[in-house]
Design a protein around this ligand. Structure first.
Ligand SMILES: NC(=O)c1ccc[n+]([C@@H]2O[C@H](COP(=O)([O-])OP(=O)(O)OC[C@H]3O[C@@H](n4cnc5c(N)ncnc54)[C@H](OP(=O)(O)O)[C@@H]3O)[C@@H](O)[C@H]2O)c1
Length: 224
């Protein structure tokens, strides 16, 4: 069972998609009985339900965190013990800067690193944070391949998350340990620039093209 914490744009994109692939979803919500949450549960197949954040975390073996960074501190208390669980962190630790664009809220850290530090025995994987919610719901909306870079310290957890991502129709790519989540969350700063500047025609999704190994391209030397 997969708990999805947050019933906003990301939660409402991932939940129905995952349930359509056969996963059982439980939403962790502040107000599980609210009309829009009940509607989301109805839209989510496979016996979905909505409960509190702490109940959802207890029920599930995977937890997807799709919360605003500002909610993370209080949510960490509610999540309780996540020992041994795969925790997929979608959250971006961003704040609005003086120039009207987002910037990182943390120096030398990230939401995912804080989550891993707070739950040392959870298997935290940073994922989906560089992808638009509409593309999480329907990858075809991007009009081409979309990468989902993964950062985390548990290799098996990253493989398991990558399998789900591939089933969704997205391309997973392992970019290393949990510390690299700060680079991934910085990518979200870039992602949001066209939206915040009202240049919707320039909106993009990230795609990391494989096959660029210098071993494959004769005559090109790798940088030292
Ligand atoms: N939107 C995107 O395309 C996108 C893409 C990649 C990553 N992200 C990241 O994903 C995260 C969620 O984004 P979003 O766009 O889904 O945000 P959103 O639409 O604002 O939804 C946030 C959800 O979190 C819930 N929430 C807030 N505080 C909570 C708390 N203390 N306990 C439980 N639930 C709480 C809200 O509950 P209520 O409904 O009760 O207000 C709401 O359901 C953010 O960190 C964002 O940076 C977003």
């Amino acid at each position: 069972m997969i708990a999805i914490l947050g019933v906003g744009r990301v939660g409402a994109a991932l939940g129905p998609h995952l349930s359509n692939l056969g996963y059982q979803v439980v939403y962790g919500a502040r107000e599980p009985g609210r009309e829009d949450v009940v509607e989301l549960v109805e839209k989510t197949s496979n016996g979905a339900q909505a409960v509190s954040v702490s109940e959802a975390c207890q029920m599930a073996d995977w937890v997807v965190v799709a919360l605003p960074y500002s909610a993370m501190e209080s949510a960490l208390h509610e999540m309780g013990d996540l020992d041994g669980k795969i925790v997929v962190d979608v959250t971006n630790a961003l704040v609005m800067g003086d120039n009207g664009l987002m910037k990182m809220a943390l120096d030398n850290s990230s939401s995912a690193e804080q989550l891993q530090a707070s739950k040392p025995d959870a298997k935290v994987v940073k994922a989906f944070n560089t992808v638009g919610f509409h593309v999480m719901a329907n990858p075809a909306a991007a009009g081409g391949s979309v990468s989902v870079p993964l950062a985390g310290n548990d290799a098996d957890a990253k493989i398991a998350v990558a399998e789900v991502i591939e089933k969704m129709g997205l391309e997973a790519i392992d970019v290393g340990p949990i510390e690299h989540a700060r680079s991934l969350e910085s990518m979200a700063v870039l992602y949001l620039v066209p939206y915040l500047q009202g240049r919707m025609d320039d909106a993009f999704e990230f795609y990391f093209r494989r096959g660029a190994s210098p071993k494959k391209s004769k005559g090109v030397r790798a940088a030292g």
